[in-house]
Design a protein around this ligand. Structure first.
Ligand code: LER
Ligand code: MN
Length: 270
């Protein structure tokens, strides 16, 4: 399995040159901790000098494991499940920008918080139908670009639909695109899945998994809480998962310390 960690690049507020400097810093620091890649949480990927990033990626032998898209909803208010068609359209247009960046950098695109939350004008059933139709459009763009989309079940406190792995898998099967895979986040797993059945169930679904997020029970670095990473990662490994596991935590006390502590802890298990 390969190891990465989430970071932003502040591409909306910085010059392309400063973005490249930040990416260089990340590559150098994370390489020294034996990371294989970086997961980028982006807002406006089209503002990035993608050729420059590819050169840096190659020179440090670092991959971009996946692209986080949640800030499209948080900052712009666009979402795939919105009850207003023009807003859903905006969200799909944004997903297209991420797909273009992912195609060039050989990455994948996360469908998480970009699903949005419904307001009183809508309801859970309508929201699900909107998510399904938007997602079908995103999948067709992804198929044409040969990019994988990653559908992430997220806990009920952060989003209104698709909290569990089984609900998400049902949707993935319904959409039926080979470019749509599952993203399992240990933090949401801890909050949403039945602890009695989760390990057996995980064995059955590993082949649908395209990406993994790791955070401990307090959403801090793996090893700081009581999530059973040994069992979790062992099941993934023995059932053939060989792609990225990516640290996505509250970056406290600092990004650098989370990166260092997580890598030291996980390298004993991976
Ligand atoms: C949000 O809780 C999360 O886990 C992100 O990966 C969603 O985009
Ligand atoms: Mn996550």
């Amino acid at each position: 399995m390969l190891l990465s960690i989430v970071s932003g690049l502040e591409e909306s507020k910085s010059s392309p040159n400063d973005v490249n400097k930040k990416f260089t810093y990340l590559c150098r620091y994370l390489k020294s901790l034996s990371y294989d890649g970086i997961e980028l949480s982006l807002l406006e990927p089209e503002k990035i000098d993608v050729k420059g990033i590819i050169e840096l990626q190659n020179s440090y032998d670092m991959r971009i494991s996946a692209l986080g898209t949640g800030s499209t909803f948080i900052r712009f208010g666009y979402s795939l499940g919105d009850h207003r068609e023009p807003i859903r359209k905006k969200a799909i247009e944004r997903v297209e920008k991420y797909i273009e960046f992912a195609r060039e950098t050989q990455s994948k695109v996360i469908i998480g918080l970009i699903r949005g939350r419904y307001k009183h004008e809508s309801n859970p059933q309508k929201e699900r139908l909107n998510i399904i139709s938007s997602l079908k459009e995103c999948c067709s763009i992804a198929e044409n670009s040969d990019v994988q989309l990653l559908f992430e079940p997220i806990n009920r406190f952060e989003i209104d639909s698709y909290h569990t792995i089984s609900e998400s898998l049902k949707l993935i099967k319904e959409i039926g695109s080979s470019n749509l895979k599952l993203l399992i986040d240990s933090y949401h797993t801890h909050l949403e899945e039945d602890p009695v059945y989760i390990w057996e169930y995980l064995k059955e679904v590993v082949h649908y998994v395209g990406h993994i997020h790791l955070a401990d029970t307090t959403r801090r670095a793996p090893g700081s809480g009581h999530f059973d990473f040994k069992t979790f990662l062992n099941i993934l490994k023995t059932h053939g998962y060989s792609e990225f596991v990516s640290i996505e935590t509250i970056m406290k006390p600092s990004f650098e310390l989370v990166a260092k502590n997580s890598s030291e802890y996980l390298r004993q298990i991976l």
